[in-house]
Design a protein around this ligand. Structure first.
Ligand code: AMP
Ligand code: GLY
Length: 420
C-alpha cells in the first residue's frame, strides 16, 4: 500500500521506521518530513498544517492510507478532510482531537464523567482570574486553553508569578487566542507517567508506559522543553496502577467521548501523575507523544500498520498488540541554547548503523545533513534491562557528532532510582 505520514519530527521518523517494517506497506511519503526522514521515506514539501495541499497531494498521488501525527492538523480537521475524499486515516477527527485542542473541554469532560484530575476553575475574564488568585492555594498551575506548542502551562510558585502568568496569557496574549480562556488548577505532586494507547472507540489498548524528561538540564533544572529524553517502561507504573488507570481513567475517557458524540479513533495519550490520592490525569494528547514514541515503538513487536488499519476499521479487538519485555532509552541531542536561542547549519555525523536514530531538526544542504532545529535528533537503544538500554543509548550518543551539540547526561536516572 502507498501511504503518507503527516509531520516532520523525531516522532514521525519513529513512526515511519516502524511502518516500513510492515510487509503491507510499499511506499511512504512524509509531509513535510525532514533531512533524516528522507533516508526512510519520500519527503514532500507540504507543511503539516496546510490541509488543502495535504488533501490535494493525497488525492493526486493515489494515497491509500494516511497517518496524521501532529496535534495541529488533527485539531484543524485533516482527518475529516481526507476522509471526505475517501482516504482512510489513522488519527482522530477534529471533534475528538478537541480533547487536546481545548483544556477547558478536557477538564469539563473529566469533571462531568468523574475522571480523576486536578481541581480547577475556568476563566474568560482576566479580572475574575486575578481576583481568584488572591486566595488560591500556591503553588498553582495556569494553563492556556488552546494549543501552545506544548508551552501553555505555567507552574507558579508564588502569587506574583501566578498574576504575571495570567496577565501574560490574557493581556499580552503570549499564546495568541489560545489564552482567551484559561484554566487555573490545583498543583499536584507525584511521579509522572506517559501512557499512549490505541483506541477505536470500542476498546482501549495501552502501549508500554514511558517517562519523559521535560526540563532542559540535568536534575530536572532549567526551562521546560518539548522533551529531552524518555525511557520505557516506566518503573512507577506497576500492574496495580495500570489496572486502576484502565478502570478509572482509560475506559471512562473512551466512553465519555462516545457519549459526547465524539468517538476517538487513533492514539490517545494519557499524561498521568501518580499522586498520593491515586493516579490523576494531567493532560490528554490526541496523538503519539514526542519523544515517547521514540522509546515505545522500538519495543512494539507487532505490525504497526496492521494495528492502525484495525483502529480505523473499528476492529482493534482483533489486532495483535505485543511488546517486547526489554527496556528502551532515548536521549535527545539538541542545539546548545535550546529551548532559547541557538545556532543551526552544522553538519551532522551519524554512526554507520543508525536504526535507533530518529531525526527531528535537520535538513539536507548541499548533499549534507545539517542541523536546522532545537531538538536535532533522538538516539534510542533497546536493552535487556533499563540500565543496559541507558548505557547503550549514551554510547551511541558519543558517536553522533555536530558542533554545539547538547544533551542531558541523566536520562533514566530517576527511573533507575525508583527500581532500587
Ligand atoms: P503539559 O504541557 O500539560 O504536559 O504540562 C507540562 C508539565 O507541567 C507536566 O508534564 C507537569 O509536569 C506539569 N503540570 C501540569 N499540570 C500540573 C498540575 N496540575 N500539577 C503539577 N504539575 C503540573
Ligand atoms: N512528550 C509530551 C508530548 O508529546 O506532548
Amino acid at each position: 500500500m502507498k501511504i503518507m505520514v503527516v509531520g516532520g519530527g523525531g516522532r514521525e521518523h519513529a513512526i515511519i521506521k516502524s511502518l516500513k517494517k510492515s510487509p503491507k506497506v510499499s511506499k511512504i511519503y512524509a509531509l513535510p518530513g525532514n533531512g533524516g526522514i528522507a533516508a526512510d521515506a519520500e519527503c514532500v514539501d507540504i507543511g503539516a498544517k496546510d490541509i488543502d495541499k495535504i488533501v490535494e497531494f493525497a488525492v493526486g498521488n493515489g494515497i491509500e492510507f494516511a497517518v496524521v501525527a501532529p496535534d495541529d492538523p488533527l485539531v484543524l480537521g485533516a482527518v475529516d478532510a481526507l476522509n471526505e475524499k475517501g482516504i482512510s486515516c489513522f488519527g482522530p477527527k477534529a471533534n475528538a482531537a478537541i480533547i487536546e485542542g481545548s483544556k477547558v473541554f478536557s477538564k469539563n469532560l473529566m469533571k462531568k464523567y468523574n475522571i480523576p484530575t486536578a481541581e480547577y476553575e475556568v476563566f474568560n475574564d482576566m479580572d475574575a482570574a486575578l481576583k481568584y488568585l488572591e486566595t488560591a492555594p500556591i503553588p498553582t498551575v495556569i494553563k492556556a486553553d488552546g494549543l501552545a506548542l506544548g508551552k501553555g502551562v505555567i507552574i507558579a510558585e508564588t502569587r506574583e508569578d501566578a498574576i504575571d502568568a495570567v496577565k501574560s496569557m490574557m493581556e499580552d496574549k503570549i499564546f495568541g487566542d489560545s489564552g482567551n480562556n484559561i484554566v487555573i488548577e490545583e498543583f499536584l505532586t507525584g511521579p509522572e507517567v506517559s501512557v499512549l494507547s490505541f483506541t477505536d472507540g470500542n476498546v482501549v489498548v495501552p502501549l508500554v508506559s514511558s517517562m519523559d524528561h521535560k526540563r532542559a538540564l540535568d536534575g530536572d533544572k532549567g526551562l521546560n522543553t518539548g522533551g529531552m529524553g524518555t525511557i520505557a517502561p516506566n518503573p512507577y507504573y506497576t500492574k496495580e496502577i495500570a489496572d486502576e488507570c484502565m478502570e478509572k481513567i482509560f475506559v471512562p475517557t473512551m466512553e465519555a467521548m462516545n457519549k459526547e458524540g465524539r468517538t476517538f479513533k487513533g492514539c490517545l495519550y494519557f499524561g498521568l501523575m501518580l499522586t498520593p490520592k491515586g493516579p490523576k490525569v494531567i493532560e490528554y494528547n490526541c496523538r503519539f507523544g514526542d519523544p515517547e514514541t521514540q522509546v515505545v515503538l522500538p519495543l512494539l513487536e507487532s505490525d504497526l500498520f496492521e494495528i492502525m488499519q484495525h483502529v480505523e476499521a473499528g476492529t482493534l479487538k482483533d489486532a495483535e498488540v505485543k511488546f517486547s519485555k526489554s527496556a528502551a532509552c532515548c536521549v535527545v541531542v539538541a542545539s546548545n541554547g535550546y529551548p532559547g536561542k541557538y545556532e543551526t547549519g552544522f553538519e551532522i555525523m551519524l554512526p554507520e548503523n543508525s536504526d535507533g536514530i530518529f531525526v527531528a531538526g535537520a535538513k539536507i544542504k548541499d548533499g549534507k545533513l545539517v542541523t536546522s532545529g532545537g531538538r536535532v535528533l533522538g538516539v534510542t537503544e533497546v536493552g535487556a534491562c533499563l540500565n543496559c538500554a541507558i548505557n547503550a543509548a549514551y554510547k551511541t550518543v558519543e558517536s553522533v557528532k555536530f558542533d554545539n551539540a547538547f544533551y542531558r547526561k541523566d536520562i533514566g536516572q530517576k527511573a533507575l532510582a525508583a527500581l532500587k
